[in-house]
Design a binder for this molecule. Structure first.
Ligand code: ISL
Length: 586
């Protein structure tokens, strides 16, 4: 399935790929200013799939409250909640019809207040999703805006009057025709939607829009939330002349979509008027952001945001010019190491990084980056967790990965729920394309639904997620992969996660220490040293299903094992399949 659209879209998502040699050793970071959000582990909850308390098959806020002791038991610090606002759910809550109301399936504002109080009571923090590049077409602003060309809300959105002709092409992620302009006959004009046609883009160039958004942010911050994860915040500013894109793609996609002319002005304004007034954290979904421009968002001196997460790692290992199709030969570890080392080096002096291997838009961590076969699922899950918890960056950890939950790999389009999969399927069908091949790719990794199946609480009907029919099928492997059984087993993936989080929290060197990549060309082993005030920790990770030799130059005879994912771990220059070892070497 190749097309100009896919080429540019893929390139845009991955535009972090800038050719620059990576520093193998990052300069000292001992001067990095200490902040609570640098020391935190973030645990992401997709509320729709976490716990259903009322039997309607959809997770809800009361369900989260019921499971907060479990969340606390993980040792994490901050919960990131995907959108819980009122929404017709064209894109599972990323289409908001009222920013100051709770989605009816999830509960009420009273439930939210209870949730917030219960989170804080346990010493945890919570950040909310801020989705303000677009809202829902059912939001009152859009309902008003489309009524007439002179409506006071008209300029809340990007309209293009049809007598000017059709505007220059812009591509939409979730549109059946990939067309980001939708014609509305009511006023004979097109409106812009970078995502689904029920997700019109807000016009940030209008100061009134910005004021409305800032007011809404204060509403939540005044309630006491601890920050925001900002959805596609990098694309809020647009060149409203909407110039034509070059006929031949030359890597300039982001100029037309992300990093618009005023994005930094708007983020500075947001910081000045809102963020700086609270002790909170902010993290951008850094779509289209590269190592070369990320500091423009997160250098503290610029007074914009605290952190951003990039897409370069996520896009790695896909076939070129194909939509999210993992290379059947697997991914090359040498390139993987380069990516994470380069992103570490950017923040050596300024800013602060993030690290993640999965979220609600991605397949499950173990299936994508490890090995979900029965022999290696547990070892590779633990190895990947070791990686996330020993890098110099705030880890964002997706619910269920602590159990080693796997992709569900649906074979039938009827099982999928995600707008992205459904609309892309429809598009291919309309064009007479190969829908079977598409499903195969979705199943093998591309589908976001792979990571959205319900939390596996117990070996009970519907994995203990709901007493009703779940909105999306439960992965049948809940019989063995579930909280109840893993909780009892000291050697489980779950208990390894808890130990790993604890280790990070008790060793400042794992948070602030300098990172030095070792043996960069080793095709199987990822090894590095973390170092702070003379304390050194060596991390050895085998990413392959065969034994592999490490080559670090360190004498391991006096090394002390802090943690390992095999029974009775001992320092060794030969690692077993997916073995992870964390060693103190002084
Ligand atoms: O999910 C993706 C790839 O399949 C991304 O392209 C994704 O659409 C992009 O990262 C933006 O994601 C965010 O905004 C979307 C929403 O669907 C995602 O869930 C959200 O994380 C629109 O709000």
């Amino acid at each position: 399935m190749k097309s100009f659209f896919l080429t540019v879209l893929t390139a845009f998502l991955l535009s972090g790929v800038t050719i620059r040699s990576f520093g193998q050793q990052s300069p000292g970071s001992e001067g990095t200013e200490k902040k609570w959000w640098k020391e935190s582990v973030v645990y992401q909850i997709y509320p729709r799939s976490f716990k259903d308390s009322d039997g309607d098959g959809i997770g809800d806020l009361k369900g989260i409250v019921q499971k907060l002791d479990y969340v606390k038991s993980l040792g994490i610090d901050v919960i990131w909640l995907n959108p819980i606002y009122a929404s017709p759910n064209a894109d599972n809550g990323y289409d908001i019809s009222d920013y100051q109301a709770i989605m009816k399936e999830f509960g009420t504002m009273a439930d939210f207040d209870l949730l917030l109080a219960e989170i804080h009571k346990r010493g945890l923090k919570v950040i909310m999703d801020l989705v303000v590049n677009h809202c829902s077409d059912e939001h009152i602003w859009f309902q008003e805006s489309r009524k007439s060309r002179t409506n006071p809300y008209r300029d809340y959105f990007h309209w293009w009057n049809a007598e000017r002709g059709k505007p220059a092409a812009r591509y939409s992620f979730f549109d059946v025709n990939n067309d980001a302009w939708k014609y509305d006959s009511l006023t004979n004009a097109y409106y812009l939607h970078y995502f689904g046609d029920k997700q019109p883009d807000l016009n940030w160039e209008n100061p009134q829009v910005r004021q409305e958004i800032f007011k809404m942010m204060r509403f939540w911050l005044d309630k006491g939330i601890d920050g925001f994860r900002m959805d596609v915040i990098t694309i809020i500013s647009k060149d409203t002349s909407f110039p034509a894109m070059p006929a031949v793609y030359q890597g300039q996609w982001d100029k037309f979509y992300a990093n618009g002319p005023h994005v930094h002005d708007y983020l500075k304004e947001m910081n000045r008027e809102v963020l700086s007034k609270y002790n909170i954290m902010s993290v951008a979904e850094g779509m289209g952001v590269s190592t070369q421009d990320v500091l423009n968002f997160v250098d503290a001196d610029r007074k914009e945001l605290n952190m951003a997460y990039h897409f370069e790692g996520m896009g790695y290992g896909y076939l070129p010019n194909e939509w999210k199709t993992p290379d059947p030969k697997g991914y090359d570890l040498v390139g993987f190491k380069k990516i994470y080392s380069r992103w570490d080096s950017v923040f050596a002096e300024k800013g602060w990084g993030t690290i993640y291997l999965g979220n609600h838009d991605q397949p499950r961590m173990v299936t994508r980056w490890g090995n979900d076969s029965p022999a290696y699922r547990e070892y590779s899950s633990k190895m990947l967790t070791t990686f996330l918890m020993t890098m110099r960056a705030t880890p964002y950890y997706y619910f269920g990965d602590e159990l080693g939950m796997t992709n569900i790999k649906f074979n039938k389009i009827q099982d999928y729920r995600d707008i992205e999969t459904l609309n892309m399927y429809q598009k291919i069908k309309n064009e007479g394309g190969d829908t079977l091949a598409f499903i195969q790719n979705q199943k093998n990794g591309g589908a976001r639904d792979n990571g959205r199946t319900p939390m596996q609480w117990a070996n009970q009907p519907q994995a203990g997620f709901t007493s009703g029919t779940p909105w999306i099928k439960v992965n049948p492997n809940f019989v063995t992969i579930n909280v109840e059984s893993e909780d009892r087993d000291p050697g489980s993936v779950l208990n390894y996660f808890r130990r790993m989080v604890k280790l990070r929290k008790t060793k400042p060197v794992l948070i602030y220490g300098k990172y030095t990549l070792l043996d960069p060309d080793n095709p199987s082993i990822y090894s590095y040293v973390r170092e702070l005030n003379g304390k050194k920790i060596l991390v050895l990770l085998n990413f392959k299903s065969q034994d592999a030799r490490v080559n670090t130059g360190f004498d391991l005879s006096k090394a002390k094992v802090l943690i390992g994912n095999y029974k009775n771990p001992a320092p060794s220059q030969l690692l077993r399949p997916y073995e992870a070892l964390v060693l103190e070497i002084n």
